[in-house]
Write a protein that binds this ligand. Structure first.
Ligand code: GSH
Length: 197
């Protein structure tokens, strides 16, 4: 059994999608971010950096695994299930390239851009947002040649990017729109996007 500490955010939904795709037994523990539950001592013991998602994998009852960082969790669950991660070393390396491009160059920068805006720093926020758009343009070009981020196969790189891209208004990024539709048709993605509701 896996406990998933999450909220209705893109980082949280990366993991509910992954858990739905892999079929592991899991229980959702909702964290109310606006009430600051992520900063309470009990949660800080799980993740001192006070962010969801966190999982506790209780398969090893003597030593449950507590894990934070959505991308680390995606990789852990892919390796545990042996799914959604290419077996071939070169394909795996290429998949990691696109996974990191999304996680560090796009999604995290979007999150920081939003944080600047919430703090009234409109100019700095806009600057970061423009960088995000340039990088979505790179992704759009990449998807004109490949059905999925890692190439021919759906992988954790798509799961990382999907919830973030879904929450974006795209103008003219037709390949991203095609990919969003394709990924969004997967039943596990639809279930995962509704968790927690
Ligand atoms: N890099 C981290 C980011 C985690 C993160 O910032 N989570 C947000 C929600 S999407 C959060 O819990 N924010 C509350 C806070 O930082 O206090 C990850 O990928 O898991």
């Amino acid at each position: 059994m896996i406990d998933l500490y999450s909220a209705a955010t893109s980082n949280g939904r990366r993991i509910s999608i992954m858990l739905e795709e892999t079929g592991f037994d899991y229980k959702v523990k909702r964290i109310n971010l606006s009430k600051g539950e992520q900063r309470k001592p009990a949660f800080l013991k799980l993740n001192p950096a006070h962010g969801i998602p966190v999982i506790i994998d209780k398969e090893n009852t003597d030593s449950p695994l507590v894990l934070s960082q959505s991308v680390a969790i995606l990789i852990y669950l892919a390796e545990k299930s042996n799914r959604l991660i290419p077996k071939d070393a070169m394909q795996r390396a290429r998949m990691f390239q696109w996974l990191m491009f999304d996680a560090t160059d796009i999604s995290q920068v979007r999150l920081e851009s939003s944080r600047l805006k919430w703090n009234g720093l409109e100019g700095a926020s806009k600057l970061l947002y423009e960088r995000v758009l340039l990088r979505y343009d790179v992704l759009n070009q990449h998807l004109s040649q490949h059905p999925y981020l890692a190439g021919e196969e759906y992988s954790i790189a798509d799961i990382s990017a999907y919830p973030w891209a879904r929450s974006m208004e795209f103008d003219g990024f037709h390949n991203i729109s095609r990919w969003l539709q394709q990924v969004g048709e997967r039943p596990a993605v639809q279930r995962g996007m509704g968790i927690p509701n």
